[in-house]
Ligand binder design. Structure first.
Ligand SMILES: [Fe+2]
Ligand SMILES: [Fe+2]
Length: 177
C-alpha cells in the first residue's frame, strides 16, 4: 500500500477512537480512561512513525519547506492536548471541552496532511518510494508501542526504506514527548 493510503487508514482509526471518547457520558469515568489510553496508543505511534518515515524523507528533499516544520509543531500541540486530557481528573467536567479541542486539532492537521502535504510528497516521491514508505510505516508503528524508539526499531525499519532515504531515518530527527 502506498504511504498515502496507509496514513489515511490510520487517521481514520484515530478519528474513530476520539469519536468513541466523545460519545461517553460524563459519569463513565472508567470507560473514559480506557478510551484515552486507546487514543494514546494509536496516536503516539502514528506520529512518531510518520515523523521518522514520512516527514524526514520529505525533509531530505525539501529541507526548508515551511509545511514540514508546521507539521512537526502540530504533532507537539496535539500531543500536549492529549497529555492534558490524560492528566485531567476523571471527575472534572472540563474533559469534554478538551476532548473537543483534540478532535478539532487532529481533524485540521489531518486535512492539511491529506491535501497539501500529500501534494508536496507526490511532487517529490516516485510511486515506488511511496510504496516503500508505506511498508516502512507499517513496520514501525506497532514497534513504537512495543519497544519504543529503540535502535532495534530503527534498524528494522531502515531495511524497508527507499535507498535514497535510508539515512533520513535518524533517531535524533524524531521529536520526543
Ligand atoms: Fe501528522
Ligand atoms: Fe498523520
Amino acid at each position: 500500500m502506498l504511504i498515502y493510503e496507509t496514513l489515511i487508514r490510520d487517521h481514520e482509526r484515530i478519528k474513530k477512537a476520539i469519536d468513541t471518547l466523545l460519545l461517553l457520558a460524563d459519569d463513565a469515568t472508567d470507560d473514559r480512561i480506557e478510551a484515552l489510553h486507546r487514543i494514546r496508543d494509536s496516536l503516539i505511534p502514528h506520529e512518531r512513525s510518520e515523523e521518522a518515515v514520512f516527514y524526514n524523507s520529505l525533509k531530505a528533499v525539501r529541507p526548508d519547506h515551511p509545511l514540514l516544520g508546521q507539521s512537526f509543531d502540530e504533532h507537539r500541540d496535539i500531543e500536549a492536548l492529549l497529555h492534558s486530557l490524560l492528566q485531567t481528573d476523571p471527575f472534572d467536567s472540563d474533559w469534554r471541552r478538551r476532548a473537543l479541542a483534540l478532535k478539532r486539532e487532529f481533524a485540521a492537521h489531518r486535512e492539511q496532511e491529506e491535501t497539501e502535504l500529500f501534494d508536496l510528497a507526490k511532487s517529490c516521491l516516485t510511486e515506488e518510494e511511496a510504496l516503500y514508505l508505506g511498508r516502512a510505516f507499517e513496520k514501525m508503528r506497532p514497534r513504537v508501542l512495543k519497544t519504543g524508539l529503540s535502535s532495534t526499531t530503527f534498524r528494522a525499519v531502515a531495511e524497508q526504506m527507499p535507498p535514497r532515504f535510508a539515512d533520513s531515518l535518524e533517531e535524533r530527527n524524531v521529536h520526543r514527548i
